[in-house]
Structures are given as structure tokens and as C-alpha cells.
Design a protein around this ligand. Sequence first.
Ligand code: UDP
Ligand code: MG
Length: 322
Amino acid sequence: MSKMSIVVPCYNEEAALPVYYGEICRVMDEMPELEFEIIFVDDGSADGTLGILKEMNATDGRCRYLSFSRNFGKEAALYAGLKSAQGDYVATMDVDLQDPPGLLPEMYRILKEERFDSVATRRSDRTGEPRLRSFLSERFYKVINSISKTKIVSGARDYRLMRRNMVDAVLKMSEYNRFSKGIFEWVGFRTKWLEFGNVGRCAGETKWSVKKLFSYSIEGITGFSVAPLSLASVIGVMFCLLSFVMIFVIIVRTLVWGDPVSGWPSLVCIIFMVSGIQLFCTGIVGEYLSKTYLETKHRPIFILKDSSEKDGGEGHGENKEF
Ligand code: UDP
Ligand code: MG
């Protein structure tokens, strides 16, 4: 009998968890040919999330949980869940029902019957999302896809079902600065994309502010493209060329019309602009340097405080670092 693992990151989700559990149980009943395990990853929640997870683990053997010592972020939670999953098929999905569990049987059917290694999902629209957020998201996908070899599908969710071989490949990418949408693309394999209309949260509130999304997008760009690093040289060459033209113009002007002392305001503007560009380019280098710095420290991606794996099987006992 094949086994399917479902990895679910949870951060302050006490309101959504019971609703999710009811729904996923209904979906699991639709696939009697499979054995299931649900790995809930409590990402340092401050509410009753862990209590609910413990209760679920006690009443339903399919439910397991990992609990972090603090909030490490969704990416760390996904990594922890994938690491601990033992299934032949592994799904990742949000707990707020914005990734409809009802799609799972269809995703499983595709993996079983067609020659794909993974079935991923994307939102076909962004209804109900704030305008500014949609606009910035669209820009982000445009920018990253124009400068990175790893193409990221616009509106891609972290909701997907993978075969074991792809999960193992994803786990080999143990980088500290994680951007799953890029990692799933980078490892390759054949992926089929399913679309669904945007669904609102079933309970609770989104954990993503525009600021958090912005730093997440920087993570994506610096993680999967080094094009911004070349920006400094490109702008430098352009400014050199421009300065040659300007020198030529000034020489000719001086020879023809003499040299009246003027041009102080324009000089100040030019100095401001050039130093602004220099600082911007230094900032880009700094951004990459800081990522490199964090990577070289080899800090664990997450730290467990508690988990349902009492035997510490496969190195997932309490207080383990990864
Ligand atoms: N999440 C997490 N850690 C965080 C933020 C979010 O594990 O620091 C989980 C959250 O519980 C949910 C999923 O990631 O299951 C998606 O979060 P959310 O719904 O807030 O994001 P959105 O759907 O608005 O992009
Ligand atoms: Mg959500």
C-alpha cells in the first residue's frame, strides 16, 4: 500500500485547524487505496495551536506534529515537514483552506496515471486581494523571470504533490535562505500545473504584510539570480560613455564660446545622482554579501522544541537542530 504524507505549516492557526481537519478527513476518505500521515509543523505559534495538534495526535494516529522553538517562517516549516515525511507521495498545503484539499484526489490520479513527478497549483485570479499587493506581486514575477534562469510561474502556490524522488531532490537543497517556489523549479522534474480560482481564508488572518512580502521577494531574486550584481558594471560603463560625450561637448563649447563660470546647480545635481547610483550598487553587493554571510554560518534552518516523534526516529527527536 502506498503512503501519502501531507505537510501543513501552521502559525497561530487555532481557528483554522479544526475546519481544516474536518475537510482533509473527508478528502482522505475519498482515497481508500492510500495510507496517510499528516505532518503539522507548528511554527512557534503563540496561541493554542500546539494544544490542538497534541489533541489531534492523541485521537488520530495519522496526525503527527513538529513544534519549533520560535517562529522560523513558512519556508523553514515546509523544509522540516518534508524532511520528516516518509510517504511515497508528499503534498504541501496551507491550513487555511486557501489550497483546496478537494484537489488532492485529482492530483494523485495525475501522478499515478500520467508520467509526471509533481502536480503543482496556481491561482488563476487574485480576486479579494488588496490592489497594491496584486500589483507588487505581478511586478515581482516580471522582474524575477526576466533576470533569472529559474522561471517562477505567476500566482504559483506552495500547494503541490510530489513523488519521493523529487522530495529527496528538494531536501538536498539545504540552503539557509530558502525560497521554495524557486527550489521546486530549480530541481527540475516534470510538473503539471493545475489552476483554481482564488479562495478566501476560512478563518484567522494572513501572516504576510507587504513588508514581509517585499523581503521574501528579495530572497527570491538574490537566491536565484546574480544579474543585479552586474548592474553596477553596466551602469558604470554607461556613465563613462556619457562622460566622454560631455567632455567633448564642453571642450568644443569652451573653444567656440569661451568659458563663462556657470553650471553650479547642474554640477550638484550630477554629484547627487551619481553618488545615489553608487550607494544603490553598493547596497546590492551588500545584499548578496549578507546572504553569503548567513549561509557560511551554517545555522540550523529550524530548531525543534517538541514533536510527536518520541523515539527520535530518523533524527527528529526533541531539541534536535537541522
Ligand atoms: N505560516 C507559517 N509561518 C509563518 C507564516 C505563515 O507556518 O511565519 C503558515 C500559515 O499558518 C499558513 C501558511 O503558512 O498555513 C500560509 O500563510 P498565510 O495564509 O498567512 O499566507 P497567505 O495565504 O496570505 O499568503
Ligand atoms: Mg493563506
